[in-house]
Design a protein around this ligand. Structure first.
Ligand SMILES: *Cc1c(COP(=O)(O)O)cnc(C)c1O
Length: 460
């Protein structure tokens, strides 16, 4: 019934199409046009009754799917905080698709176990974290945040003689949860999911950049989970870890740092001052797929308390075979999980300490260039200090900001998203692609200026 695996031409064709796609990216609109999106209607059909030819399946994807992709793998995608992929990581992912390894247990993939163990050490070094910090490799910082908070919940309750895995939360000694008012929405989601309840959060006021004001943090104690942020999604700002973490630790609080894209500042000489003090935290969430430019998806939970992390994410069954080696599922909520470590390993191996430093330093330089170009254009105001890779821009009023944003998106030279920050509509720029050159920034600034002039012209 099914075609043989013997015919490699299917794979050759896919590779050919993939390469064509990759090299056409610089000439493409960043966001697909109406016609490409209309072509997606070709996918609307009931589940076919009969098997198809594999080539026909792939042909449909190539013909109707590829045109409707967003060129996040180019140089001028500045939406959300979306990384590109460095070639070594991309190629490693391609190779690894042929292997299709599962990283639940050592016995499922000694290779994945080894790479996870090696990269765990590399991450500790990159972020200057203590030697007992362990890493779990998950899909993204959403899940990494879940893991860190679950580990904290487990530890703080265990310290009070309460085994939350067995006894649950209903009768448990109360925990407190302290968040900055600008905590990322995924933190709020995970706080809800873990049963804390958003109404029970103690919210801390933030400053003009979105940083927690240290003096406003309530008295902490050993029943408190404190969440800090390395990289605010709008401003890129970093909480003042130096002023906060050591004291919080002395009080016995569990400190979790959401460093989805910003934690990488710790690996950059010119930026690492932003992260001084992170080493006092108990858990850290960070992505490979944003700042580090690994392929999607790649998130990491780092935790200084291995027992808390593994206990919080614990499972066992008669057929589970744990080993003396690394069993990845002890550090993640999933059991089956693709070996995304291959791309992360390849990306770090390829870049090395100096490559990581240089690439991220350049992202920062490009963001500064973008901000300076817009700040010197009448009609745009840059609202944040560009300490990392994020730029928050606004026009004269919210309506104008939204109109200019819509024009920029329509134009297709680059793509940026909108946000709402500090009471205003903003255009949010995130420089996250290793490919972005100073020329790309110039062209994009020109697209911003043209959009502004068009909107002003239409209203004159
Ligand atoms: C992107 C982001 C997240 C969520 O990470 P995912 O990888 O998308 O799951 C959490 N926190 C911050 C600050 C982020 O920028």
């Amino acid at each position: 019934m099914f075609e043989e695996r013997g015919d490699p031409s299917l794979f050759r064709q896919v590779l050919e199409h993939g390469l064509q796609y990759m090299y056409s990216i610089p000439d493409r609109r960043v966001f697909p046009e109406g016609e490409a999106i209309a072509g997606l209607s070709h996918f609307e059909e009931p589940l076919p009754e009969l098997p198809a030819e594999a080539k026909a399946v792939l042909h449909l994807l190539q013909q109707q799917g590829a045109p409707a992709t967003v060129a996040t793998t180019g140089a001028r995608y500045f939406g959300f905080v979306t990384g590109n992929m460095v070639p070594a990581g991309q190629a490693a992912k391609l190779l690894a698709t042929f292997w299709d390894q599962v990283s639940a247990m050592y016995v499922l993939s000694p290779l994945a176990a080894k790479l996870e163990q090696v990269v765990e050490g590399w991450l500790r070094t990159s972020f200057h974290l203590p030697g007992d910090v362990v890493a779990g490799f998950v899909s993204g910082s959403s899940v990494a945040n879940l893991c860190g908070l679950a580990a904290g919940r487990y530890r703080l309750l265990q310290n009070q003689g309460w085994d939350v895995n067995r006894k649950g939360l209903a009768q448990a000694p109360p925990l407190r949860i302290v968040l900055g008012k600008e905590a990322h929405s995924t933190i709020l989601k995970m706080v809800s999911l873990l049963g804390f309840g958003l109404d029970c959060v103690e919210w801390v006021e933030t400053d003009a950049q979105g940083r927690i004001i240290p003096e406003q943090i309530p008295e902490l104690d050993s029943s408190t989970l404190l969440v800090l942020q390395a990289g605010n999604v709008n401003s890129g700002a970093f909480d003042d870890f130096g002023a906060i973490c050591r004291k919080a630790k002395e009080k016995g609080a569990w400190i979790h740092i959401d460093g989805a894209f910003g934690l990488w500042a710790a690996a950059v000489d010119s930026l690492k001052a932003l992260t001084v003090g992170i080493e006092y935290a108990d858990s850290w969430a960070v992505d490979g797929h944003k700042t580090l430019n690994t392929p999607y998806d790649s998130g990491i939970i780092l935790c200084a308390d291995q027992e808390a992390l593994s206990s919080a994410l614990h499972m066992s069954a008669g057929y589970i075979i744990l080993s003396d080696h690394r069993d990845g599922m002890l550090y993640t909520p999933e059991m089956s999980r693709r070996a995304r470590i291959v791309e992360l390993w390849a990306t770090m191996k390829y870049l090395g300490v100096q490559g990581i430093d240089q690439m991220i330093h350049e992202l920062h330089r490009r963001a500064v260039q973008f901000a300076e170009g817009l700040a010197s254009t009448k009609g745009f105001t840059v609202l944040n200090d560009v300490v990392f890779n994020q730029v928050a821009v606004a026009c004269e009023n919210d309506e104008r900001t939204d109109q200019v944003l819509a024009r920029i998106q329509q134009d297709g030279t680059c793509w940026v998203g909108g946000s709402f920050w500090k009471g205003r509509r903003i255009i949010r720029i995130s420089v996250c692609s290793w490919m972005t050159t100073t020329e790309d920034i110039q062209v994009s600034i020109a697209a911003f200026q043209a959009a502004l002039h068009a909107v002003e012209g239409s209203q004159a």
